[in-house]
Design a protein around this ligand. Structure first.
Ligand code: ISC
Ligand code: MG
Length: 470
């Protein structure tokens, strides 16, 4: 790996070609330039003609870091049904030598970055909706825009093969930098895309909750998260730019993500970070236990206070903290967590929130940590394997990538993953939205149902719909 700057792009490519020939393996050449400000959504939409079905969008809360990928230069995926699916992605990624051509040293979020996700449960029987999604799929984009603290960078990635030629490669980079910044797009702000809603297997879901609470009472497990899905059919094709735009505007405290898999777009605004790693600094988040937002400041404070003192929600949350803390302790040192949860508020909902911090121990890779954490009891339950089995048995839907880990990893083992919640799968005129709830002994099916309605709101609203709560 080289990260310096005295060499010209030509010299770097020459060296990559030699390495590729010597090792008989392609080398990733990643060329980065700082450019004038580019609007990320504009860049995303500019890929419509050439890269439809091969794009992604990622933005952190408060929009500190936004990253957009266009075109798949490299796809690493597998359909393994064990935890090997995490290691397999890591091994494949590490197999490639990466040559980085940049004037920027020490900037995380630019250069060769793999973006993608994992399904929730690879052992769940396949469904029509998620049929085209692999259990693990990651892409290295051809063109990537990173906006970090208001600075814009373009990265162009190319797999240099042993059979490539220097002049062709050089031309490729020159042409690619032109594409990245020039294409126009239009955001169609028209509202009024009529839709009808189908609540999918709601009565089965309510019965599943009853069964789960009985299982918990008989001490089979402590907690399980059960989700349900809602299908929307629109009169016109859904405009994904409008959806991302709305999510960005309406959910400033959430991560916004979009991953295109052919004609399907997996989109969401999740408040839940699974893990972030920069050098050896590790951050995870426990987010579980929920209540609605108040209509006035006073009502909102009262509801927040109620949540902070509610035994059922505190138990939902405590189970998550215990598991995440122990998973992080198994691979980190100096792990710290506050003693009691704080409130996390987003537009439609308030959650109990506990951050977990630590420092990675030697020998633990980023994806090995993702594997240890997935699923946390905020999506799975406790004990972990019992809860996953129960979800497989009781839940009347296929989660696909909903509630799975989704995010990015770079060439130096830095990265960030979220839990893909408050999300939906869009295709043409159709949207499938997902929401779940932590079920503990005291859970009441009707109030859990109302909780899922609140959790469906961010996607419903971004799609132009309204959810009434009762
Ligand atoms: C499973 C979801 O939320 C989880 C995250 C935060 C709070 C939760 C809860 O209070 O039940 C859930 O555990 C979802 O949004 O689909
Ligand atoms: Mg809950």
């Amino acid at each position: 790996m080289i990260t310096t700057l005295d060499h010209t792009l030509k010299e770097f490519i020459q060296q990559a070609l030699e390495d590729a020939k010597r090792t008989k393996q392609s080398v990733i050449v990643s060329c980065i330039k700082e450019v004038d400000a580019i609007d990320p959504l504009h860049f995303f939409a500019s890929g419509e003609d050439l890269f439809l079905g091969e794009r992604y969008f990622w933005s952190t809360p408060n929009r500190d870091f936004t990253m957009v990928g266009l075109g798949n230069e490299l796809v690493i995926e597998n359909n393994l049904t064990t935890k090997e699916r995490f290691r397999d992605i890591e091994n494949e990624w590490k197999r490639f030598e990466k040559v980085v051509v940049s004037n920027e040293t020490n900037q995380v979020g630019i250069g060769p970055i793999l973006f993608g996700g994992f399904s929730f449960d690879p052992l769940k029987e396949k469904s029509l909706l998620w049929n085209n999604f692999s259990e693990a799929k990651f892409v290295l984009p051809k063109h990537m825009l990173s906006v970090i603290d208001q600075k814009s960078y373009i990265t162009i990635n190319k797999l240099v093969t042993p059979h490539d030629e220097l002049t062709m490669c050089l031309k490729h980079f020159e042409r690619s930098f032109e594409i990245g910044s020039a294409l126009p797009y239009q955001l169609d702000c028209e509202k009024g895309n009529e839709f009808s809603t189908i609540e999918y297997k709601t009565s089965e879901w309510l019965k599943a909750i009853q069964k789960a609470t009985n299982n918990i009472k008989s001490k089979e497990m402590d907690k399980v998260v059960l989700a349900r899905e809602v299908h929307l059919k629109f009169s016109d094709k859904i405009n994904p730019y409008q959806v991302i735009y709305n999510l960005q505007q309406e959910q400033p405290t959430s991560y916004i993500f979009e991953f295109e898999n052919g004609p399907q777009h997996f989109v969401g605004a999740t408040p839940e970070r699974l893990i972030k790693k920069k050098d050896n600094e590790v951050l995870s988040t426990c987010l579980a236990g929920s209540i609605k937002r108040g209509k006035t400041e006073q009502e909102d404070d009262d509801l927040g206070h109620q949540l902070l003192h509610d035994d059922k929600n505190l138990l939902e949350h405590a189970i998550v903290v215990k598991m995440i803390k122990s998973a992080i302790e198994s691979c980190c040192f100096d792990v710290i967590t506050p003693k009691s949860p704080a409130l996390f508020k987003s537009k439609n909902i308030q959650h109990l929130f506990t951050p977990v911090k630590g420092y990675a121990r030697e020998g633990f890779s980023f994806l090995s940590m993702v594997e240890k954490l997935h699923p946390t009891p905020a999506l799975g339950g406790f004990p972990k394997w019992k809860a996953i089995e129960k979800i497989r048995e009781l839940e009347p839907m296929h989660r696909g990538w909903y509630a799975g880990p989704l995010g990015w990893i770079d060439h130096e083992d830095n990265g960030e993953f979220v839990v893909a919640l408050r999300s939906g799968l869009l295709e043409g005129q159709n949207a499938a939205l997902f929401a779940g709830c932590g079920i503990v002994e005291e859970s009441d099916p009707k109030s859990e149902y109302l909780e899922t309605k609140i959790k469906l709101k961010p996607m419903m609203s971004a799609l132009g719909g309204v959810v009434n709560e009762d």
